[in-house]
Design a protein around this ligand. Structure first.
Ligand code: PMP
Length: 287
């Protein structure tokens, strides 16, 4: 893999940072994962503007313009496509506050951020027939992360622990609910349900990441004439839904057939998912 580090391209194995980097010591940074298919990114503007907002929130100056990020993305795809041997490439961007000479919590002044990028293989686009889709099973846990989940921080231990709970339970992901029992998101995805033909996903607040796939999916569904609302739903409503889906840059819109050991709907990939994934594919490069 060819990586990008602080303005230069190099083999990933040669990319080195200081152990005093605040990304390493404090998880003090912002990241993005942008999916590309045959070199075409999905949601590039959404990803770079969310990164800009995250950097602003933690007072790190954005090191590059959108045009410069675009060049880094294309260069990483171009340099890695033959090495990865796939047309399905995820681009990781990471900006940490940089390396200081001492370990001190407050933001140091005048240090250069560390900017890192690399490319990796992602799953191919979701199939459009329900028989071909990989059905997901998920665990359910109370969200025990922090109260700034709208910031795409590199401090991911909370997410990692929730994801691991799912792995330990033998499933693919963990859906989270807040102290009121309302579903917020999953440890690395947003959540949608379908009930009586109506699609819903929780509205945005500090309890969930404003997923780019979520945003594109909402637009795509509306465009295709599907009914979609941003409304809260409880654990009980999740379990009683006809369908449950997860969205993320690497999974697109993924069907969930089992939550906490209980089947969702018929226990098979749903009818509405087929319409939804077709709508998503038809729209995703236009977003
Ligand atoms: N929620 C969390 C906690 C995430 O980490 C992610 C990204 N993996 C998402 C939602 C989905 O966001 P996106 O669609 O922008 O990938």
């Amino acid at each position: 893999t060819i990586a990008f580090l602080n303005g230069e391209y190099m083999p990933l194995s040669e990319a080195k940072i200081s152990p005093m980097d605040r990304g390493f010591l404090f998880g003090d940074g912002i990241y993005e994962v942008i999916p590309t298919y045959s070199g075409n990114p999905v949601g590039f503007i959404g990803h770079t503007s969310r990164m800009a907002q995250g950097l602003k929130a933690i007072e790190i100056a954005n090191p590059y313009t959108v045009e410069e990020w675009q060049i880094i993305l294309s260069s990483l795809v171009e340099k890695n496509v033959a090495l990865i041997e796939s047309e399905n490439i995820g681009i990781y961007f990471h900006v940490s506050r940089g390396a200081d000479t001492k370990r001190f919590h407050a933001y140091p002044k005048n240090i250069a951020p560390t900017v890192f990028g690399f490319a990796f293989e992602i799953a191919p686009p979701q199939p459009t027939a329900k028989e071909d889709a990989k059905p997901f099973k998920v665990a359910l846990e109370q969200d025990k992360r922090w109260q700034r989940c709208h910031i795409k921080s590199t401090s991911l231990l909370g997410n990692v622990m929730h994801y691991q709970a799912g792995v330990d339970a033998g499933v693919n992901e963990t859906i989270l609910y807040n102290s009121e029992g309302m579903i917020t998101e999953a440890s690395s995805c947003n959540v949608f349900i379908v009930k009586d033909g109506c699609i819903s996903t929780p509205p945005l607040n500090h309890e969930l990441l404003p997923g780019i796939t979520r945003a594109i999916a909402i637009e795509a569904f509306k465009h295709a004439g599907l009914v979609v609302t941003e409304t809260w739903f409880s654990k009980a409503e999740l379990l009683e839904a006809d369908e449950v889906w997860l969205t993320s840059s690497s999974k697109e819109v993924a069907p969930v057939v089992e939550v906490d050991g209980k089947p969702i709907g018929t226990g098979e990939v749903g009818e509405v998912w087929e319409k939804a994934i077709k709508a998503y594919h038809a729209y995703k490069f236009k977003a």
